[in-house]
Structures are given as structure tokens and as C-alpha cells.
Design a protein. Structure first.
Length: 158
């Protein structure tokens, strides 16, 4: 499993605690150092690697399951398409991406909100994807006591 843009690794560590083999990647080496320290303190076997999410082909690996919790919405529209292609290079055919991004709908929007159309455009058939579902959800942040409006997308690698 790949956790793209894992930051300090909480989702990666949760998955590792469930016994799943997982690689957390992020461009921020400092965040990954903290993630590695937390893994050691908790006795968890999680792997962390500095990697640019726009160039995941450099991993030289593919994954059946990919998690993006709060990374997609940090990219501008051009980068979102590049990111989708990068994820495709690291996702096996038939694999699944679970993506949680700030929503453009409803109150308590986070920064850089996206629409379902933005998600469908980035994860198009031309980019090697098929959108299975996009449903409303909440994204927990330090700044939104009840979570920010979000979209939870399930996207399959074609």
C-alpha cells in the first residue's frame, strides 16, 4: 500500500498497526523523520521515503492500493493532472486510489477546495483512471473543530 503525501505518517502508522505493508512518501524529509521516530516508538514496521508526488515513477514500484488524504487539493489544476499521471505510474492496473480532498461545497471549506468535476478531469480515462465514486465527507484539521467539507473519491486504475 502507498500513502502519498503522508506527512508525519499517522495514516501510514495506522495501516502498519493493522499489519498491512505500507510505504509512506512525502517531499518533506523533516516530516518523514518524525514519522520514522513515531514508528520506532510504537514498534511498527512502516517504511518511509522522500519522494516527489509528481514523480512517483521514480519509486520503481507499483501498488494495489493507494491512499491520498489531503494531498490532491494542494496542487493547482495543471499539477492535479500531472499528479494523477504520476499516481497511475505507481498503481497497478485494477488497483484502487482512495482520495480525501477539501470540498468546494458546503460550509467549513478548507484551503484550495476542489469539485467533483476537478477530480473527474484529473482522474480521466485518458490519464488511466476510472472514477468509481465521489461522496461528501469531512476532513479533520487543527483549524476545523468539526472537520472541513471534503470529497472522498474511490478511483480505479484502468
Amino acid at each position: 500500500m502507498l500513502d502519498a503525501g503522508c506527512g508525519t505518517g499517522e495514516n501510514t502508522l495506522h495501516l502498519a498497526a493493522l499489519g498491512l505493508p505500507v510505504l509512506g512518501t512525502d517531499v518533506a524529509a523533516t516530516a518523514l523523520a518524525l514519522a520514522g521516530q513515531k514508528a520506532a516508538q510504537r514498534g511498527l514496521a512502516a517504511e518511509f521515503l522522500v519522494a516527489d508526488a509528481l514523480h512517483l515513477e521514480s519509486l520503481g514500484r507499483t501498488f494495489r492500493t493507494v491512499l491520498d488524504s489531503g494531498l490532491f487539493h494542494t496542487f493547482d489544476r495543471r499539477e492535479q493532472s500531472r499528479y494523477a499521471r504520476s499516481l497511475a505510474s505507481a498503481t497497478r492496473t485494477g488497483g484502487t486510489l482512495y482520495l480525501l480532498a477539501f470540498s468546494d461545497a458546503g460550509p467549513d471549506q478548507g484551503p484550495h477546495p476542489v469539485s467533483p468535476a476537478d477530480l473527474r478531469k484529473a482522474f480521466s480515462a485518458e490519464a488511466g483512471w476510472r472514477t468509481a465514486t465521489i461522496v461528501p465527507d469531512r476532513l479533520q484539521t487543527r483549524f476545523h473543530p468539526h472537520g472541513a467539507a471534503a470529497w472522498l473519491a474511490c478511483v480505479e486504475r484502468a
